[in-house]
Design a protein around this ligand. Structure first.
Ligand code: FRU
Length: 538
């Protein structure tokens, strides 16, 4: 592949299918003697390159996958320039327009969310080579406003030992960030397991420092599983400082019961076991994953993702929160709730940005609906949600910055039934209503399949004909407002100004979307507005 570096001075290459002896060669187009050849049997190869120079990049014993250029001094402002895969030339109806997606490949959990150096940093579980889970890297994106993101160089790569022994799987698993005086401190799990014997997995918590958020320092092991009462699932450290004490929550089990484990530390380096914050009482859950613990006013909220559990409504892997009081390392529970009613939401992480607590979750394909577009990607992040508590309920409101995504007003009215075509299939609909409102909303249609939201005497529920076994009912009581974001293959719904939120995927073959409202009680609909939404990538 030939390319001109323009202003870039660094090239990073993540080659696929590499084996021992694989090579990547970078040559000047006009002078093949001066080529640099590198061992490609590693997760990432870094080249220093000259600006405004034409190079030729070739692969031997491995294949082209993900490669990008950047300038280390300006990358935070300018982002990376992706060389491969080549930029999409054909329209891809599945790719979200205003939800964050990876530059290529696969994305899962948000990691290391923080506000540092005037920018929001979002790291994430990333596999660059296919639209399927693979040995985990940390991808990275930054934003000034939480909605427009710029891709950054890959932050962490999987262990070399996983490349050398293909019977093993693992990598840099999920974790969190703490902003320090001199940079960011990261905590995460290093995971390694035989592919056919998961129960032999080894999960180790490590810590590392980064002065800029771009380059990862050396990793130090801070915690290994020593208590035989804990299960081999022992991961996803979320670390925070509270009243001068460091706390870490981990997802695991205690004596076979899924639990959020608590550890404490004086310095964030030496950790002591401090029991469980909560245990999961519902049956069928294998382990807690991606726990979170944070304060909101005089209360604390503990969050647990229920691995491999399906609830009575057919909702897979639900995330639950428990509100309570947290003092001197002790949590007393008061109220439990469902974090998101939609069925495609997982691994949510929150952070404090200096003025508010923001949460971002992973839009996960739990009903095997993903369709592989040749230039497509798997996975996206939810919109940023601002958290608050009202009467023991965790309210989630789309961050006000999402308002800047609205483009054209497609409809404005009251009381009528509506049928709209939505060019681009990315819209936001807002409805204000009186308590007795009954209606059916069509959020998306693909052939004979539909995604609908029904409000009637039985409450509110989201129904996808593609997931007939599940009823995604919203635990919200009387409805006074609905805010619906639809983005190509993701619906995010907020009811009663954030009282409940629901995330559901629905793949459409066309970029011409629909939105329809059939009102059974027109007089109860005070106002309906529908906007088209802009794309966050150029
Ligand atoms: C949750 C999870 C985490 C783990 C990561 C691996 O989706 O399984 O528990 O750290 O994904 O990609």
């Amino acid at each position: 592949m030939q390319f001109n570096t323009e202003t870039a001075t660094r090239l990073e290459v993540l080659a696929a299918n590499s084996h021992c002896g694989a090579r990547v060669r970078l040559a000047f187009v006009n002078d093949h003697k001066a080529a640099q050849t590198r061992d490609a049997f590693c997760p990432k190869i870094v080249f220093d390159v000259l600006p405004h120079t034409v190079y030729d990049l070739s692969y031997e014993g491995c294949t082209e996958s993900f490669a990008y250029l950047y300038c280390p001094q300006t990358v935070l402002q300018e982002g990376i320039r992706v060389l491969s895969p080549a930029i999409e030339t054909t329209a891809n109806p599945y790719r979200e327009q205003f939800h964050l997606t990876p530059p290529t490949g696969w994305l899962n959990d948000p990691n290391g969310l923080c506000f540092f150096g005037g920018l929001y940093h979002l790291y994430y579980q990333f596999y660059p080579h296919t639209q399927a889970w693979g040995n985990m890297h940390w991808g990275h994106a930054v934003s000034e406003n939480l909605v427009d993101w710029r891709d950054m160089p890959v932050f962490l790569t999987p262990q070399q030992s996983l490349l050398e022994d293909s019977t093993l799987a693992g990598g840099a698993f999920s974790g969190s960030a703490v902003v320090m005086q001199d940079g960011i401190r990261f905590y995460l799990t290093r995971h390694s397991a035989p592919r056919d014997r998961e129960c032999e997995m080894v999960e180790t918590q490590v810590m590392l420092h980064s002065a800029t958020g771009l380059e990862a320092g050396r990793e130090t092991v801070i915690l290994e599983r020593t208590n035989p009462r804990h299960s081999y699932h022992f991961r996803d450290p979320k670390v925070f400082l509270h009243e001068d004490v460091w706390y870490m929550v981990l997802g695991s089990c205690i004596d076979g019961v899924p639990a959020v484990l608590l550890y404490t530390s004086q310095d964030g380096i030496a950790w002591h076991e401090n029991g469980e914050v909560i245990t999961v009482t519902q049956s069928g859950c294998e382990s807690v994953e991606c726990p979170d613990l944070f304060t909101l006013g005089d209360r604390a909220v503990c969050v647990a993702a229920h691995m491999n559990r399906t609830d009575a409504s057919g909702r897979k892997n639900p995330v639950h929160y428990t509100v309570g009081r947290f003092a001197q390392g002790h949590f007393s529970a008061e109220h439990e709730g469902l974090y998101d009613f939609g069925g495609n939401f997982y691994a949510v992480q929150s952070f404090w940005d200096g003025t508010r607590r923001i949460a971002i979750g992973w839009v996960a394909d739990f009903y095997a609906e993903h369709r592989c577009h040749p230039r497509g990607v798997y996975g996206s992040m939810t919109l940023p949600r601002v958290l608050s508590l009202q009467d023991g309920v965790l309210y989630q409101r789309p961050a006000p910055e999402t308002e800047t995504l609205k483009e054209d007003l497609l409809y404005s009215g009251a009381g009528d039934s509506v049928q709209l075509q939505v060019p681009g299939n990315a819209y936001c609909a807002q409805l204000e209503c009186l308590p007795d409102m009954r209606c059916e909303l069509l959020l998306a249609r693909d052939g004979a399949d539909t995604l609908r939201l029904i409000c009637d005497q039985h409450g509110v529920r989201l129904l996808s004909t593609r997931v007939p076994q599940a009823v995604f009912s919203a635990p919200c009581g009387v409805v006074t407002s609905l805010q619906i974001f639809f983005d190509r293959r993701v619906a995010e719904i907020f009811i009663n100004d954030g009282q409940v939120a629901g995330t559901k995927t629905f793949y459409c073959e066309s970029t011409d979307g629909v939105f329809a409202l059939a009102a059974q009680s027109p007089a109860c609909i005070k106002a309906l507005h529908v906007w088209s939404m802009r794309a966050i990538r150029g």
